[in-house]
Design a protein around this ligand. Structure first.
Ligand SMILES: Nc1ncnc2c1ncn2[C@@H]1O[C@H](COP(=O)(O)OP(=O)(O)O)[C@@H](O)[C@H]1O
Ligand SMILES: [Mg+2]
Length: 533
């Protein structure tokens, strides 16, 4: 990016370096402070022409009051407001904005800035509100322009996560008795990513320029201005002065519909009109496994009459549909969610088809829950071959793998775990190709080997805990081979009809029933109780 001369903004303690966007009220620039920390700065010129000084003062007050509502509120799914200040802009200040190189080809923006320059020349300076906020990536409108041209099934989980993030941000505002009043794709931002990714999660609700406080969820404290917000996404009751949280939910419903049903921007207005005013509910097509009940949800969020609409975040349909829980019933569906699970998700696995698959989940704090586990006859919920968990705090409950593997050599694992505090509970692995040792007496072997040699000797490994893993729990498992490394794991109620090799430090075991156990683990010399006094 071409950097221009820094424009000093004394009041926000930061200098502007490039142009980010232009909305209905302000110019948004990227700023950087003396320590190199980046932020976004929105500059709003207070309208002076045709206004008395008192009116200008009232406007300044109104603009900053709205931002003060949000300042200090912090949520992953809201653009954070850092500071806001009134500093009048002089002719020199505006000239410096005009000189920033990246707007040189933006005639539209330069024309509006020239008009401000003209005003400043007349009046010496223009009252201005500058709002410094967290720097974000691109807007949801940018994303939709790229991704709503064709329906790419691989993006389903992304669509679902966008809707969920937007809702979590909006819900936080509503719980704080704030209505947004301008909820639309232009005001939803992706996160800033230092590696240049334009559409990084989490998604954040931004542009609080029209926010207002509500006293209860049904009435507003003060008279609201009719007709605010964008026409396309605006609830019908906003034509009158009495509206509240359901008006935001209406806009949220339409934006969600546009995302989930892949509606092209040119079709939005007519589609929205037909759904809302002609009640053509059949336009909302299909609930699907990746977002159960969403069609019903969209219909209930976008009712024309406010009293027929979902009223607030405690609504059961809304809470139920946006719970972070999905059920996958095929390997195709299970693959589709691989890259987009986020912490907190519950994945119910009820896979009915038989396929040999390898899964890699780089996630934290996700629960994988086998719905029909441990019923090999029906082959339900069997994740064939291999599932790698690379992350912390995940739980795998009621999981069964049918780990074919190759009989010899590097055959992979049934389940392998590469992080800390993961729990594997009620697990069954049937790797039919594992060699059963000739000597089938319950013996304790001492020859420890690395996992490759182990697999060569005893066949495929059902559970592998890597050297880097710590404090994982394996509870109630039935398997042939296991290879345990790392530290401080808990192994409980395990039935192993072949070989378990345990390496590493400070594990605890209980009811470990293995035909052959190679225990190579150690206790650390400095015991924890040493520190107790
Ligand atoms: N925090 C931010 N980080 C990056 N870009 C931003 C940020 N805030 C706004 N933008 C860009 O500027 C545009 C206008 O910002 P917005 O807050 O919606 O202003 P307005 O009140 O004028 O509509 C947005 O659509 C977006 O492209
Ligand atoms: Mg905006």
């Amino acid at each position: 990016m071409e950097l221009g001369p820094y424009v000093p903004l004394e009041s926000t303690n930061c200098r502007l370096e490039s142009f980010l966007g232009f909305g209905s009220f302000g110019y948004v620039f990227q700023g950087v402070n003396e320590r190199g920390k980046v932020s976004a700065v929105k500059i709003i010129f207070v309208e002076t022409s045709g206004r008395t000084p008192e009116e200008q003062e009232a406007e300044k007050h109104r603009l900053s009051r709205e931002y003060k509502l949000i300042a200090g509120k912090k949520h992953d799914n809201l653009v954070e407001i850092l500071k806001s200040t009134h500093k009048p802009f002089t002719v020199e200040d505006i000239q410096a904005l005009l000189d920033i190189p990246c707007i040189q080809d933006r005639d539209d923006i330069r024309a509006t800035l020239r008009y401000r320059l003209f005003q400043a020349e007349e009046k010496k300076q223009i009252p201005t509100l500058s709002i410094q906020m967290e720097l974000c990536g691109k807007t949801l409108r940018h994303w939709l322009n790229i991704n709503n041209e064709v329906d790419n099934p691989n993006l389903r989980s992304v669509r679902r996560n966008i809707v969920k993030d937007m809702y979590d941000g909006l819900k936080y505002l509503h719980l704080n008795k704030i209505i947004h009043r301008d909820f639309r794709p232009e005001n939803i931002m992706f996160s800033f990513s230092s590696n240049g990714e334009e559409f990084e999660f989490p998604v954040k609700v931004g542009d609080f320029g029209l926010c207002r406080r509500v006293h209860s969820e049904y009435t507003v404290t003060e008279t609201l201005t009719p007709f605010v917000g964008s026409v396309t996404y605006r609830a019908p009751e906003t034509n009158f002065t009495d509206y509240s949280i359901p008006a935001d939910l209406y806009s949220f419903g339409l934006v969600s519909w546009e995302i989930l049903q892949v509606i092209k921007q040119k079709d939005t207005r007519s589609m929205f009109h037909r759904l809302v005013h002609d009640s053509q509910n059949h336009l909302v097509i299909g609930a699907d496994w990746w977002f159960p009940r969403w069609a019903e949800l969209i219909i209930q969020l976008t009712k024309r009459r406010v009293q027929d609409r979902i009223q607030g975040c405690e609504d059961r349909l809304l809470m139920g549909a946006l719970r972070s829980e999905i059920t996958v019933e095929s390997h195709k569906q299970f693959s589709a969610i691989q890259d987009f699970l986020v912490p907190g998700y519950i994945v119910n696995i009820n896979i009915k088809d038989k396929a040999s698959k390898f899964y890699y989940f780089k996630v934290d704090h996700v629960t994988f829950n086998g719905v029909n586990a441990l019923s090999l006859q029906h082959l339900s919920n069997v994740i064939c071959d291999q599932m790698d968990i690379d992350g912390d705090g995940n739980q795998l409950i009621n999981i069964e793998t049918l780990h074919m593997g190759e009989a010899v050599g590097n055959s992979g694992f049934g389940i392998s775990i590469w992080g800390d505090n993961n729990i594997l509970e009620s697990f069954k692995c049937c790797n039919i190709l594992a060699k059963v040792m000739e000597n089938h007496e319950r013996s304790i072997l001492r020859q420890s080997v690395d996992w490759e040699a182990f697999a060569q000797r005893f066949g495929p490994i059902c559970i592998y805990l890597s050297k880097s893993s710590e404090s994982c729990i394996i509870k109630n498992a039935n398997l042939r081979n296991a290879f345990i490394s790392g530290a401080r794991h808990g192994l409980l109620d395990i039935e192993c009809n072949n070989v378990i090799q345990i390496n590493g430090l400070d594990h605890s075991t209980k009811n470990l029933d293995a035909v052959n156990l190679i225990d190579n683990s150690k206790r650390s010399l400095i015991r924890l109780d040493f520190y107790k006094n």
